[in-house]
Write a protein that binds this ligand. Structure first.
Ligand code: SAM
Length: 274
C-alpha cells in the first residue's frame, strides 16, 4: 500500500504505508494518520503531509527557534494553527518563554496528535501551555499589545487558512504584538509555491518595518525546501541573542544565521525588481 500526496497536478510524493491508523472527515478537512515505512507515523490533512515522526523536528525547530533566539524577552508566544503540538513543544520548552498559547480551529487535529504523536502532543499538558479551539482569524482581532512572538503554523492558503495569508490579517497580528514583537509565518516552497512566498513576504512587509525570509530542508514537504517569512517591529531576526536549553536536532546558532542566506532564485522571488 502507498500513500501519495499530489503536490501539484503533475507531481506526487509517495511513501510505502503499512497501516491506515485513522481517516475521518472533520468539520474543516479530511484527516488521516498513516504508518509509513520510511518516516514512521504521518499526519495528513486534505491529502497534504502535515508532519511525520521522523522529520517533524526540522520544521518545528525552525518555525520557532529563530524568533525565540533573536528576541530578547519572548515571554508571551502565540501559535495559530499547529494543532499537532510540535511548535508548541519547542515554545514552552524554551527557557525564556512564560506562556505558549495555541489557537487551533480543528479539535480533531489535537485529538489525533494525542492519540498517535506523543512526542508532539506532550506539549498540551505542559504548565506553560494554553490551548484554545478557535479560528485564528477571529481570535487575533480580540488581542492587542499582548504577544512578543506570533507564529502562524497553518496549512497552505486553502479552506480555513486562506485569510491567514492576507495583509489585513498580518495587520491584525501587528496590533496583537507588543511594540517590539515578531511574526513568523510558514510560507511554503520556493520551487512549488513562489506565488505564496511573494504574497506572504509582501503582505508581512506591508505591516512590518523589517521583513526577512529564511529556509529549511523538510524532506516530506513539497520539493524538500521550505520557507519561513519573519516580520519584526525592531530586532534583527538574523542576530542570535538567546539559546534553547536543549540540544536541538536541526537548529544551531550557526544554522540560524545561515538560513537567511538565500539562493539567487529565491532572492528573485521576493525582490524581482533587483
Ligand atoms: N506544518 C504544516 C504545514 O506547513 O502545512 C502545518 C501543520 S498544522 C497541523 C496546520 C493547522 O492549521 C491545521 O491543524 C489546521 O486545522 C490549522 N488551521 C487552518 N486554518 C486555521 C485557522 N483559521 N485558525 C486556526 N487554525 C487553523
Amino acid at each position: 500500500m502507498w500513500v501519495t500526496e499530489y503536490q501539484t497536478p503533475s507531481l506526487g510524493f509517495s511513501c510505502k504505508a503499512t497501516e491506515t491508523l485513522r481517516t475521518e472527515q472533520t468539520r474543516f478537512q479530511h484527516l488521516a494518520v498513516v504508518a509509513t515505512e520510511q518516516f514512521g507515523k504521518m499526519l495528513l490533512l486534505d491529502g497534504m503531509v502535515m508532519t511525520t515522526d521522523q522529520d517533524e523536528f526540522v520544521y518545528h525547530e525552525m518555525i520557532t527557534q529563530v524568533a525565540l533566539n533573536s528576541h530578547p524577552a519572548p515571554r508571551q508566544v502565540l501559535i495559530i494553527g499547529g494543532g499537532d503540538g510540535g511548535a508548541l513543544r519547542e515554545v514552552v520548552e524554551h527557557p525564556e518563554v512564560e506562556e505558549g498559547t495555541l489557537v487551533e480551529i480543528d479539535e480533531r487535529v489535537i485529538a489525533a496528535s494525542k492519540d498517535f504523536f506523543p512526542q508532539l502532543s506532550c506539549s498540551f499538558d505542559h504548565p506553560k501551555s494554553r490551548i484554545i479551539v478557535d479560528d485564528g482569524i477571529h481570535y487575533i482581532k480580540q488581542q492587542s499589545n499582548r504577544f512578543d512572538i506570533v507564529i502562524i503554523d497553518s496549512t497552505e492558503p486553502v479552506g480555513p487558512a486562506v485569510e491567514l495569508f492576507s495583509s489585513s490579517f498580518y495587520k491584525n497580528v501587528y496590533a496583537a504584538l507588543k511594540e517590539d514583537g515578531m511574526l513568523v509565518v510558514q510560507s511554503e516552497s520556493p520551487f512549488i509555491n513562489p506565488d505564496v512566498i511573494k504574497m506572504a513576504f509582501d503582505g508581512v512587509g506591508q505591516a512590518f518595518p523589517l521583513t526577512k525570509l529564511y529556509l529549511a530542508s523538510v524532506p516530506t514537504y513539497p520539493s524538500g525546501l521550505w520557507s519561513f517569512t519573519i516580520g519584526s517591529k525592531g530586532y534583527d531576526p538574523e542576530k542570535v541573542i538567546n539559546h534553547p536549553d536543549k540540544a536541538c536536532r536541526y537548529y544551531t546558532p550557526e544554522l540560524h544565521q545561515a538560513a537567511f542566506k538565500l539562493p539567487a532564485f529565491v532572492e528573485q522571488i521576493i525582490r524581482p525588481e533587483k
